[in-house]
Write a protein that binds this ligand. Structure first.
Ligand SMILES: Cc1cc2nc3c(=O)[nH]c(=O)nc-3n(C[C@H](O)[C@H](O)[C@H](O)COP(=O)(O)O)c2cc1C
Length: 164
């Protein structure tokens, strides 16, 4: 037997756990936890989509810069993930507070979180706001993968990561 619901929050499961990092015009770096995330085009060009609520501090950074970085999250970074997902960059420099290492993106003006095994640099090509979240489609312009997740033939092995 099935129990019927009109709706409930976040009904599509399992949810991905990614960190989206970004930078504003003042040069402030920030990152937030994002579960509304997906691949949305696998070629010509490859794209990913992230959903950000307009009251997030990061939202205005992405609107301003039109770029973002998606960082994949392993289990051992759970504490950092939930901190970034429950505190706002409006009130503090979260990355500094957590002692996270950042590096400039190679192709975009946004920080890469180098403590995370995969960092995907994206340029916003489109966005739509069907509901609570503005969904930003980002063209993937550069991907950084920790060498332990690249095989001897140069092929990324992202299934080897123990994801949160
Ligand atoms: C597990 C988890 C998933 C989240 N997913 C999203 C999301 O998909 N989109 C979003 O805008 N906020 C999401 N949040 C909330 C933001 O990460 C949170 O509000 C954060 O503090 C915003 O930071 P900022 O104000 O520095 O941008 C999530 C939080 C958690 C803990």
């Amino acid at each position: 037997m099935k129990i019927e619901f009109e709706f409930f929050k976040h009904c599509l499961q399992p949810r991905p756990n990614v960190l989206v990092s970004c930078r504003n015009k003042k040069g402030e770096n920030n990152a937030l936890a994002v579960a509304y995330a997906s691949n949305c085009s696998y070629h010509e060009p490859p794209m990913v989509m992230v959903g950000i609520v307009p009251n997030r501090y990061s939202y205005h950074m992405i609107k301003e810069s039109n770029v973002f970085v998606v960082n994949l999250v392993p289990k051992n970074m759970e504490e950092e993930y939930y901190y970034l997902g429950s505190h706002s960059g409006r009130n503090e420099d979260k990355l500094e507070k957590l002692g996270l290492n950042v590096k400039d993106g190679k192709k975009v003006d946004a920080p890469i979180l180098t403590d995370f095994p995969v960092n995907i640099e994206c340029e916003v090509v489109d966005s739509m706001k069907p509901g609570s979240h503005e969904m930003f489609a980002g063209k993937v312009v550069q991907i950084h993968v920790d060498e332990e997740y690249v095989d001897k033939n140069g092929k990324p092995q992202l299934n080897k990561i123990n994801y949160l």
